[in-house]
Design a protein around this ligand. Sequence first.
Ligand code: 5GP
Length: 128
Amino acid sequence: MPYAYDDQNIFAKILRGEIPNKTVYESAHSLAFHDIQPQAPVHVLVIPKGPYVTYDHFAAEASDAEIADYSRAIAEVCRIVDVAPGNDGGGYRLISNAGEAGVQEVPHLHVHVLGGRVLGRMLKRFDD
Ligand code: 5GP
């Protein structure tokens, strides 16, 4: 199935400079900025600059250079915001929501970097 990218999504507008953002880190193929509605003391979004909707889209169509850059950008953000455990940070959680079941709000691939407090269990048991 081809992946349809909507270039009017909010992160595409951020990448074009049409909407401001609080940048944490930028590299050749990636951008990281603070989430507008943080759900933890540290809540940063890391996005690839290319037009990818979800992680599976990115993995299927991005170049090796983009994939390496994005993977390292996420780790660099963890260091910058001081949540990388080896850096005296308290640890972090990465989340990437995709599609309807994943309850993805913005259709441009993003990884949430969350930390700064104990985050609790990831999900409730599905049969609770
Ligand atoms: P999703 O539910 O798609 O995984 O997450 C989308 C995230 O984007 C949400 O956490 C939401 O707060 C954030 N967000 C939505 N609009 C904006 C915006 O204009 N600027 C920033 N920095 N974050 C946004």
